[in-house]
Ligand binder design. Structure first.
Ligand SMILES: Nc1nc2c(c(=O)[nH]1)N[C@H]1C(S)=C(S)[C@@H](COP(=O)(O)O)O[C@H]1N2
Ligand SMILES: [Mo]
Length: 176
């Protein structure tokens, strides 16, 4: 199914975060642990990209225009150690999802604060969400709060409930 509207899908508890209350902390197997406030985040180089969304529940939305901070820039700041191979993305609503570093380290991955020129709304994960266009949308954490770099893979919320650990839509990595 192709959709022009953008459906909302989450655990049902949508944090109501003002930018001034949002922080992102990053820890684990990196050389430079950081904690970004909104001002720190917005002071990073800004990045625009256009990409598609593929949800595991069979809808896609093409040509989304995002703005934010690129994963490439973020990785240049935190500097993953050689052993780092997976990220755990944790969110303000208690959600978590695991992502292989090789998938996160891609030109179209970003920490998005805007969609179609407007701040990302609360229900879509504002003030800041991750966008991983090549993976199913459950990997794109809304209201991102913390990232841990790990050497071993571990399951996030849906992965612990049977979703695939990688989630590549073109391999149809779905639930089984
Ligand atoms: N923090 C958080 N991020 C989340 C989720 C969630 O429940 N909490 N749901 C995931 C799932 S299953 C999907 S399909 C997409 C939906 O994003 P949307 O509501 O903006 O369409 O967000 C993903 N990111
Ligand atoms: Mo989903």
């Amino acid at each position: 199914m192709l959709t022009r509207k953008w459906p909302v899908l989450d655990l049902g508890d949508q944090p109501n975060l003002l930018p001034k209350d949002w922080t992102l902390s990053v820890a684990g197997l990196i050389n430079n642990p950081i904690k970004w406030s909104w001002d720190d985040f917005m002071a990073q180089p800004q990045f625009d990209s256009t990409s598609d969304i593929h949800c595991v529940t069979q809808w896609s939305r093409f040509d989304n225009h995002w703005q934010g901070v690129s994963a490439k820039h973020f990785l240049s700041i935190v500097q993953p150690k050689l052993e780092a191979a997976y990220l755990m993305l944790k969110s303000y609503d208690g959600y978590a999802t695991n992502v292989p570093l090789k998938w996160f380290d891609d030109d179209d991955v970003l920490f998005a604060h805007s969609w179609e020129g407007e701040p990302i709304s609360r229900e879509h994960g504002g003030p800041v969400r991750i966008i991983l266009p090549k993976l199913y949308f459950w990997k794109s954490a809304k209201w991102v709060r913390h990232i841990t770099f790990m050497d071993k893979n571990g399951p996030g919320y849906w992965e612990a409930r049977g979703y695939h650990m990688e989630g590549d839509p073109w391999k149809e990595d779905r639930t089984e």
